[in-house]
Design a protein around this ligand. Sequence first.
Ligand SMILES: [Zn+2]
Length: 122
Amino acid sequence: MVIRMRHTRAHTGNRRSHHALKAVNLSKCSHCGEAHRPHHMCLSCGYYNGRQVMDITALKAKRDARIKAKNERIKNELGVASETGVAETAKASEPKEIKSDTEKKKVLKNKVKDKRPEEKPI
Ligand SMILES: [Zn+2]
């Protein structure tokens, strides 16, 4: 930044004095009593100005069905993956018994120690 472009702290503070967020005013839904933005449809029941604008319950049911289908699809994919992964985890179960890093290091050192005496007689 070129020094010419620098603003004083007062200038920056004056500019930022308008950056604060204001609290949102909410009005009560006349149909269900839930809080909603004024001049906007109620997001919990889909009513605006006393009449139903959107069938929220149907949309929610549709959305839930879609999410369920997606979750089942993911589960099936993971299930297929886990079946192949079970063999791998069974093979790798011995190192997984060791939990902390210090134990791992100890085991590795022991393995190295075990190998060295074997090498010497040869
Ligand atoms: Zn409502």
